[in-house]
Write a protein that binds this ligand. Structure first.
Ligand SMILES: C[S@@+](CC[C@H](N)C(=O)[O-])C[C@H]1O[C@@H](n2cnc3c(N)ncnc32)[C@H](O)[C@@H]1O
Length: 204
C-alpha cells in the first residue's frame, strides 16, 4: 500500500486513527452493493458448508466477518486496534460473533479450534510470517483451511507478500494450496487495479 509516494508498512499505520474512515474504501466498507456482492460470492466459495467456526484475524472493522456471519458462520474476530474492534462489534451487534482485542500472530483463543482461519491484508505486515502461518495452522481443526487474501501494493516501492512467496511458506504446512488471482475482478475493488492481488486457500 502506498500514500502516493511512500511505501506504507503495517508498522507505520496508526490503525486506531484509521478506524473511523477505514470503511470509506470500497473493498473495506463494502458499501457499494456490487462490491459487497463480489466479496460475498468469493467468500461463499472459500468457506465450507455447512456453517463453520471462522477466526477472522486482523479483522479490522469486521466487514468480512459480517459477510461470513450473514452466510451462517460463527465468527471470532481479533484485532490489535481497540477502535477497529469497536467498529466491528457495532457492525455485528446481535450476530453470532465475538471480537477480541489482541495480536493476530498469537490470538488468545485458548484451546478453541476453528474450521477456518480467515485473514485479509494482514499477514504481509506481520514479522516472521513463516512462524505465524505455523501458529495459524495449529489453530485449525482437522480438515480446516486457511483463507488468506493478500497482495503486493504499489509500483515504485511495493509492499506486501507475493503469492509465490506465500505458497512457498505454506508448502510444508498444507496438503493442498490453491491460488485465486483477484486483480482482474474490478468488482472486488470498486475500480481497475494493476497490482498483484490474490487469495490463497490452504487445506491443512
Ligand atoms: C489493512 S487492515 C485489514 C482489515 C480487515 N482484515 C479487512 O480486510 O477489512 C489491517 C488490520 O490489521 C490489524 N493489525 C495489524 N497488525 C496486527 C496484529 N499484529 N495483530 C492484530 N491485528 C493487527 C490492524 O489493526 C488493521 O485493523
Amino acid at each position: 500500500m502506498t500514500n502516493g509516494e511512500h511505501a506504507i508498512t503495517g508498522a507505520d499505520v496508526d490503525w486506531d486513527a484509521a478506524a473511523a474512515s477505514f470503511d470509506d474504501e470500497p473493498d473495506h466498507g463494502l458499501r457499494d452493493p456490487d462490491v459487497r456482492r463480489a466479496w460475498a460470492s468469493r467468500l461463499r466459495s472459500w468457506l465450507p458448508e455447512p456453517a463453520s467456526d471462522v477466526l477472522d484475524l486482523g479483522c479490522g472493522t469486521g466487514s468480512l466477518s459480517l459477510l461470513a456471519a450473514e452466510q451462517g458462520h460463527r465468527v471470532t474476530g481479533v484485532d490489535r486496534s481497540p477502535a477497529m474492534v469497536g467498529v466491528a462489534r457495532a457492525k455485528l451487534a446481535g450476530r453470532d460473533a465475538a471480537f477480541l482485542v489482541g495480536d493476530a500472530a498469537a490470538p488468545a483463543v485458548g484451546e478453541e479450534r476453528f474450521d477456518v482461519v480467515l485473514v485479509r491484508h494482514v499477514l504481509w505486515a506481520l514479522p516472521d510470517p513463516a512462524r505465524v502461518l505455523r501458529h495459524w495452522a495449529g489453530l485449525l481443526r482437522p480438515r480446516g483451511r486457511l483463507v488468506l487474501v493478500e497482495g503486493v501494493w504499489g509500483r515504485v516501492s511495493p509492499v506486501g507478500i507475493p503469492a509465490d512467496r506465500l505458497t512457498g511458506l505454506l508448502a510444508p504446512l498444507a496438503g493442498q494450496v490453491r491460488v485465486e488471482r483477484l486483480s482482474d475482478d474490478e468488482a472486488l475493488w470498486g475500480k481497475a487495479v494493476d497490482d498483484e492481488r490474490y487469495a490463497v486457500l490452504a487445506g491443512i
